[in-house]
Design a protein around this ligand. Structure first.
Ligand SMILES: [Zn+2]
Length: 256
């Protein structure tokens, strides 16, 4: 195991930088936590998670960090060969989780915080491995749909503008094969005009309106390709998963 304490100070500095960037981009980030601070462990498959009600966990496990109800994310301590790459991987995980926050707050049904979300979060067993997504029931891009990809590309652009280095390997910030989607650079190519035009806007504003048709078409093509490969005759994907207006009224579980 690579020593994690060795890089703690670097990550703390980077964490402050990302917290500040989120604030400058108009986001209501309240919490960026490390697992040890909340006395939890992340699942083997998870590098971090976002919750709209992370404050519930903070209040319970680290009351000294609590600053009010609100969203936030937990980021695992990357295990890498060099401190530089550990910092970059940490930044990539933050960028991914930040995109979940942007995705969440730009959905029309976003609620700042509900007791139900806090209760859902407190019931998660962080010592157990997360269940593998059953692709016969849920598509692999669940929680990483076009809205998330768009948010991620905007977040990534803001990181670049703020000189926060990210790993060259983009699969760390977006595991496209795992999600059954195109590579991030392919989505970026389709979204480039919007990224250029809106890079100075607060992030929630930059998400307003529909993205370019080419971007939506790429996601739709991915969905179609996956369906052709995976849907068996009696397995019909719930329409909500395919809709561009997908929304859920269920309390949000943490997005890994
Ligand atoms: Zn995610």
């Amino acid at each position: 195991m690579i020593a994690t304490k060795k890089y703690t100070s670097d990550l703390t500095e980077r964490r402050d930088q990302i917290w500040e960037l989120g604030r400058e981009c108009g986001l209501p980030i309240l919490y960026i936590c490390l697992p040890a601070e909340l006395d939890i462990m992340l699942h083997d498959l998870s590098a971090g998670f976002y919750s709209p009600a992370l404050s519930a966990l903070v209040q319970k496990s680290a009351p000294q960090m609590w600053r009010g109800d609100g969203p936030g994310f937990v980021v695992g301590m990357p295990q890498t060969d060099t401190p530089e790459s550990a910092t970059e991987v940490f930044s990539a995980i933050c960028c991914h989780e930040l995109a979940h926050l942007v995705d969440d707050i730009t959905r029309s049904e976003y609620r700042k915080h509900t007791p139900a979300e806090g209760e859902t979060l407190l019931k998660v067993d962080f010592k157990e491995d997360s269940p593998i997504v059953d692709s016969r029931i849920s598509p692999p891009w669940l929680a990483h749909e076009w809205r998330f990809v768009r948010a991620l590309l905007h977040c990534q652009r803001r990181f670049v503008l703020a000189d926060i280095e990210l790993p060259v390997d983009e699969s760390i910030v977006f595991a496209h094969e795992f999600y059954g989607l195109s590579r991030l650079e392919q989505f970026r190519e389709c979204l480039r005009p919007e990224l250029d035009e809106r890079q100075d806007e607060p992030l929630p504003d930059a998400m307003r309106g529909y993205p370019p048709a080419a971007f939506m078409n790429r996601f739709a093509d991915d969905v179609e390709r996956w369906q052709a490969l995976h849907i068996l005759e009696s397995r019909v994907l719930p329409a909500a998963f395919l809709s561009f207006d997908h929304s859920s009224e269920e309390p949000l579980a943490p997005n890994m």
